[in-house]
Design a protein around this ligand. Structure first.
Ligand SMILES: *Cc1c(COP(=O)(O)O)cnc(C)c1O
Length: 484
């Protein structure tokens, strides 16, 4: 049926024609994911493609068919790579085609999750309730889905600051703070926490980075000492950030020991669980995370080890009132009512920075409905097994070595044929990494631990097979010998 509206709108001019194209899009994109393994993990886009993106915005309509054709030619062939079974860089997830369909449905409804009386609010509320249950926080905790753990950390740390500052920070700001407010974490803490602390006006110098033990977990004695010293100086310690899976090595802090200390010292315990919190679904990891349920706030990432398509993160706060008091601000035009659309028992804009918010809960909700929590747990377990499998390959090979203990699904290693100093090895391993990427073989990432540059794989990948790690081990040694 053609669009019979006599006024110009943004709806399709010909619905039937668009339906045909939409079916084609589904066909193409499913085939694309089904055959993903046949293509390079990553490839540099050519100069011709780069130049393609410098044209001015068109002033008049063209057609979606043409725009789609450009997408297929110029965009789709050059993905970041994290949909591929041999992508293990930084810390990502694969996403799923079902998640993509759910995003489509959410966009069709185009509901705004800032607030109001509509059913999407119940979906987000239910997802948050599921997260509380997974992580072990009480059912009357509050929560919010956010873009990712960076935002979750910012929201959690804002509640921590406002609750523990000892004065009304929303009224007074930090301009006349009687004491310098101090936050603690390990030296392995993720940079998003420092960004949050800078944004909160506390300043980087108020963020104490405590040294770690050999397993890269925070040294509790040093932490305890640092808090005492700060008090002696007249500063006001407010919060400790515990790490449930560090970005470098997957290390988990002793969360119970930190929780004990926070209780004694009356400090807020925030847990950055971007990597590890969802691993509560794994029976093997769960005991290592003991104490996470004692946190005042927990940040988690659902687009990482749960493979929800970007973006999806979650912040939980144990004390609903603290959370609400930090963010709730209701002008007349947003007055909450008890009836009609301005009704509704829960306005998410009272719990975060955003007013307009996408319906990101739907893709999480549908994924959980489809797969069930146990399947996610099994996917996590397999990745951990694969990390240990690969670590064994490294240990068995006289030309490779581990650079840190395996933490969860993260392995840090390097090619080391012997007879080279660290400087030469750093250069050699960086070259190996670049060639792995540029030849499209595999995409590990890198980090530097105690001055030693290493290759690092973080296996949050539901598509990786054990054979993929055999291949990585072989190729690292092959390229390493070639370059050396
Ligand atoms: C990825 C990560 C973050 C940041 O999360 P985003 O989803 O990228 O915003 C924070 N902390 C840790 C430990 C992470 O691994």
């Amino acid at each position: 049926m053609n669009n019979t509206n006599k006024y110009e709108t943004l709806d399709p001019e010909n619905w039937d024609k668009l339906k045909t194209l939409a079916h084609q899009m589904i066909e193409d994109s499913f085939n694309y994911i089904q055959t993903i393994e046949e293509r390079p993990v990553w490839q540099q886009y050519p100069a011709e493609v780069r130049n393609h993106f410098s044209s001015k915005a068109p002033l008049e309509p063209n057609s979606i068919e043409n725009a789609y054709k450009e997408f297929v030619d110029k965009i789709l062939p050059y993905p970041m790579g994290n949909i591929h079974p041999r992508f293990w860089a930084w810390y990502m997830g694969n996403g799923t085609v079902q998640g993509a369909l759910a995003e489509f449905l959410a966009s069709i409804m185009n509901s705004n999750l800032g607030g109001g009386n509509h059913v999407a609010v119940l979906v987000e509320e239910q997802v948050i309730n599921w997260m509380k249950e997974i992580i072990g926080l009480p059912s009357d905790s509050s929560g919010l889905l956010v873009s990712g753990a960076s935002m979750a950390n910012l929201v959690g740390l804002t509640v921590a600051r406002n609750t523990k500052a000892g004065f009304n920070i929303r009224e007074e700001g930090l301009q006349n703070a009687p004491h310098k407010l101090i936050v603690y974490s390990s030296s392995e803490v993720h940079s998003s926490n420092q960004k949050a602390i800078e944004l909160l006006g506390l300043g980087k110098n108020s963020f104490r980075l405590i040294p770690v033990n050999d397993d890269y977990s925070i040294n509790i004695n040093t932490l305890s000492q640092a808090i005492k010293e700060d008090r002696k100086e007249g500063y006001k310690p407010i919060c400790v950030i515990g790490n449930a899976g560090t970005i470098n090595t997957g290390a988990i802090d002793d969360l119970n020991a930190i929780a004990d200390l926070c209780e004694q010292e009356n400090l807020w315990l925030h847990v950055d669980g971007a990597i590890g919190a969802i691993a509560m679904l794994s029976d093997k990891v769960k005991p290592l995370l003991s104490g996470i349920e004692r946190a005042d706030s927990v940040a988690s990432d659902l687009h990482k080890w749960m493979h929800i398509p970007f973006e999806a993160g979650c912040i939980l706060v144990k004390n609903n009132e603290d959370h609400r008091n930090t963010f709730s601000l209701t002008p007349e035009y947003l007055t909450h009512e008890t009836r009609g659309l301005p009704g509704g028992h829960l306005w998410f804009s009272d719990y975060g920075i955003q007013l307009s918010r996408q319906f990101r809960a739907l893709k999480v909700w549908m994924s959980v409905k489809e797969h069930g929590l146990k399947r996610f747990g099994r996917m996590i377990d397999r990745n951990i097994e694969q990390a240990n499998y690969f670590a064994d390959l490294v240990k068995k090979d006289s030309e490779m070595e581990l650079v840190a203990p395996v933490g969860l699904d993260i392995v840090c290693f390097r090619f080391n044929p012997g007879g080279l100093n660290d400087e030469a090895l750093n250069k050699l391993n960086k070259e190996i990494l670049m060639q792995l990427h540029e030849r499209g073989i595999a995409v590990p990432s890198y980090t530097t631990l105690n001055g030693r540059y290493c290759l690092r794989i973080a296996i949050a990948n539901h598509r990786s097979k054990f054979e993929d790690f055999d291949l990585l081990a072989r190729e690292v040694v092959r390229i390493g010998r070639e370059v050396h």
